[in-house]
Design a binder for this molecule. Sequence first.
Ligand SMILES: [Zn+2]
Length: 264
Amino acid sequence: MNDNDRLINSEAYVITQTDYGEADRLYTIFSRRNGKIKAFARGIRKSKSRKAGHLQSLSLIHLMLAKGKNFWVVTQADTLNPYSSIKNDLAKTANAFYIFELIDHFAPENEPILSLFQLAKETLDRIERESDLFLIIKFFEFRLLKSTGYMPNLGTCVQCGEKILPQDQYFSAEQGGVLCPKCGLKGYAVRKISLPALRYLRFIQRSSYNELEKAKPTKEIQHEMESLMLYYLTYITEKALNTPAFIHQVEKTTKKKRNDDQGN
Ligand SMILES: [Zn+2]
């Protein structure tokens, strides 16, 4: 066993944390060097712990870890980017937690996926400095699906193989793509998808982030896309995701506050 197997020195994000015993904490960490790992921090909940201030969710941190018996053990933690504008904005916070929830589902343990780490970092940088969360999140979801092999098939019917024509279609999460109207009507647990939403999905699939910024979809298409992605991601992760409901609640509260402010 060489040093590389016993020590980690890497950029990382905290995905989850759970209190353990009197003063310790167990973390799920997403690191550039080793992917998703479990890490243990001793005495972290004691007031004099220097690491505590740095081992935070929603911060890019630099971690040093040593191989313990069952887990990696945190030996040093430093903040590289505190993402203050995310932490000061509830909608940004909710969306950043959504990114980590998806990474937790999709990233295998102890397997570095550099492209996924890079994607997470770019996405959080965008959430930190930009305001159009819809674009940022949709771009992230599609790149995540691509890097984990779940990109939906949008060109031909996943049932009969016919080319998809420019009309309203169906979408099957189980079959991983679009169904033509003929197969869709007979399909099980399928969703309708409008032609404009399908066009926008294809646009996301083939575009860079800069290209996406030039063509923003209408509110109706945004809602349709959000509902469709939630249906697809819930199917893939085999689990109801927690953060979308939180994001929805934050949006509702923000909207109500805006209306109240305008009314006064
Ligand atoms: Zn078909």
